[in-house]
Design a protein around this ligand. Sequence first.
Ligand code: NAP
Length: 463
Amino acid sequence: MTFNVAIVGSGPAGFYVADALLQSGMSIRVDMIDRLPVPFGLVRHGVAPDHQKLKAVTSVFEGIADHENFSFLGNLEVGRDVDVAQLRQAYDAVVIATGAIADRPLGIEGEELPGSVSASEFVGWYNGHPDFRDRVFDLSQPNAVIIGNGNVALDVCRILSKDIEELRRSDICEHALDALASSRVTDIFLVGRRGPTQAKFTTKELREFGDLVSSAPVVDPDELSLNYASIEELESPQAGNAPRNLDVLRNFAKADAAAGKPKRVHFRFLLSPARVLGTDRVQGVAFERVELSGPAFNQSTVPTGTEVTIPAGLLVRSIGYRGTPIAGVPFDARSATIPHKDGRVQDGQGASVDGVYVAGWIKRGPSGIIGTNRACGTDTALAILADLQAMSGESPDKQGRREQLVNSLRHPSRRPVDFDGWRRIDTLERAAGAAVEKPREKMTSVRAMLEAAESNSLPPSAV
Ligand code: NAP
């Protein structure tokens, strides 16, 4: 008997679940559904365009997709073209791996003003996500503020501060390159509400700011001074990147900020956002100067009564992503994740929802690097495999129902895209990129993607 598994979402978590299932030795067919015609989720639309090495993982995903029991069903949206109840009827297991792409609100006055944007919009824009490609950002003012001290904030900061020639050979989208080429932003303020030892940067990404062609890092040594609990954090075996990050920041503080470079990245700490300034658009951000209080690794901010204002025409809020609910699947609004035990989705009473599983950011929240999803996806796959083994022989054979559903989803009126269709898109994107010495020039509209996927003149083998 062949078991059928549907995976909703084609990012790293979905692919790692698929891999573990297809390599398990059991007879399993995997159908991976994505609302976009293109696969790979945040590897395509999240990873920074100038970090091409991180995108090399797509060749691993392509190898997984080559398996004879794997199908990609792109341009099909769960909730629009098919619902979870239908999937549960047609598949032995349904895995939700939809990630977390919505932004978290800051919850301060003025946050909705024009000129205040979320990192998910800005990242989606420069990475050519169809939902965000038409956004326009005001890059006409000299100052930009980025709130948040995670790797996404560093990505946004690098894209704003890099020399345009440094970006030209990346796979940044043409529309973003054009807008950035005429950017007048010269001073980018990267603001953390806590201190340098609490920043979530990885050191490699932080260090890059010392090597940018036209931008110099600026750090006020006073903002690097540490309280006792922070020193304890730094000396603990759980310190993570903090000691190395602090070394990098101390070196930045010693460097000659002027350094003859036209742009500056100001790393600021211990400034908690209080309100966005401006009446009809962003004119700056007011911060409360804070101190840290509480035990090591659990320090919170205490206002000092001093306000610090940074004038700026652009505010990017980069304070973490948030998962969104899927109709028919339980959702914990507080953590913005799907409640689960070992990857098995649980209802409000703590009982497992039969045949429904979860993996990736929508399971554990938006944290970790791409590779973190491998262990996460494998854990979920192990739960699925155990349940499939337990039901062997007892469960109704869903083969017929799966075929019926897939046939209806593959109806030409829905314009579904299979993996060969993606390979056609990929071939055209790489060719367009090669013409301008870029790894690829991405298609940014669903319409262009569908036309490329459906073009008969280009065999997928042309890749
Ligand atoms: P993140 O690492 O969770 O960082 C979020 C930041 O926002 C933290 O500094 C947090 O500070 C701050 N924050 C939260 N609420 C705030 C508030 N109300 N006011 C001010 N600051 C606030 O999230 P992320 O940067 O979105 O990254 C998501 C995941 O993707 C991370 O695991 C990251 O490492 C990964 N990623 C990796 C790479 C890479 O490897 N190159 C690139 C991009 C993303 P507190 O600590 O004080 O809460």
